[in-house]
Design a protein around this ligand. Structure first.
Ligand code: 8YV
Length: 328
């Protein structure tokens, strides 16, 4: 019997490819660049499965052009690149890679908060430029982290991990806003108090965004929300580009309406809003919150497990639209 055909849309670990080759005819993206949607369709139209990495848009145009497609397995916990409703309507399974990256991503969120509050990048650039001539009492004075108030918008697993780090490790007061309140036991474990978005923005010293992207969360932080924040406050976005209005944020940073920001994700990435590149009080990283080798391996393994689990054994591990199981 011939093996199912799958497409791996980006270069990933050779070991992952070798494992997939035991079960599938595998075509890989050797270009190591993102394909246009038409290029993706050309590669995917005769495949039963796709290994995607979070940025390949799978919508009804792709699905209509790829009638054999049965599953798209994202090597990412976020899945805003999938039109899950369209996939469900066409009987295509969507899977993501939750849990395996939670703690690593929470570590990075906290690192970015600290780098932002304590002006690590800005001061390093100053030093590298040979500008450090003398000690000065207020040189790169930043914002306090320990004992401050952290406001987390989006209290899923990663948000909870950041809350624990702040409350238990740094004695922070943690407040959060989420679509729904956590159950009281989990709130107590994370030492986090539920507040309205407005109260969070007005009172937090550090605002951390970990909310999934959807049309409803587009520009969760825009000019109006930035205006509510304290001039001394910082903003960290490890969620998705599009959660923040980057143009409004750059203006707020330039005018010192907030103190600083740390951004790992951008609207239209890998392009970055040019105004963000010209303001000094922002730490910019290229979407690396989950980037440790053990975690990236675990994410790749889980995406592969989903493909093998579904196409070979009929049992995916982390389905997003289980309604299609038993359908196509
Ligand atoms: C991925 C992420 O590396 O899991 C996610 O949702 O944002 C990252 O861990 C990213 O999606 C790569 O495309």
């Amino acid at each position: 019997m011939s093996k199912p055909r799958i497409l791996v849309a980006r270069a990933v670990f050779p070991e992952t490819i070798a494992r997939l080759q035991q079960h599938f005819e595998v075509e890989t993206n050797q270009d190591d660049r993102g394909w246009t949607q038409d290029e993706l369709i050309a590669k995917l139209k005769d495949k039963q499965g796709a290994f995607t990495t979070g940025s390949e848009r799978i919508d009804d145009k792709v699905l209509a052009a790829c009638p054999d497609l049965k599953i798209c397995a994202n090597m990412a916990v976020g899945y805003n690149n999938f039109d899950v409703d369209a996939m469900t309507a066409r009987g295509v399974l969507a899977t993501n890679a939750p849990d395996v990256l939670t703690e690593t991503t929470a570590d990075f969120g906290f690192a970015l908060l600290m780098a932002t509050a304590r002006r690590i990048s800005e001061s390093e650039h100053f030093l590298r430029a040979g500008k450090w001539q003398k000690w000065s009492y207020d040189m790169f004075a930043g914002a306090e982290v320990h004992g401050s108030t952290m406001g987390i918008i989006g209290m899923g697993r990663i948000g909870q991990g950041i809350a624990r780090r702040g409350a238990l490790g740094f004695g922070m007061k943690v407040i959060y806003h989420n679509r729904s309140r956590l159950d009281p036991a989990l709130e107590a474990e994370c030492k986090a108090a539920y507040v309205s978005k407005e109260e969070l923005l007005k009172t937090a010293d550090h605002v951390v965004l970990v909310v999934p992207y959807s049309p409803a969360s587009h520009h969760t932080i825009g000019a109006a929300e930035l205006a509510l924040m304290k001039p001394s406050a910082t903003l960290v976005n490890i969620a998705r580009g599009g959660i923040v209005d980057d143009a409004a944020l750059a203006a707020a940073l330039r005018d010192r309406r907030i103190a600083a920001a740390g951004l790992d994700v951008f609207e239209g990435e890998p392009k970055v809003h040019p105004d963000l590149l010209t303001v000094p009080n922002v730490v910019l990283t290229p979407h690396i919150a989950s980037a440790t080798i053990p975690t990236r391996r675990a994410m790749a393994d889980l995406a592969a497990d989903n493909l093998i689990g579904f196409l070979v054994n009929g049992k995916p591990l982390t389905p997003l639209n289980p309604a299609v199981l038993g359908g196509k």
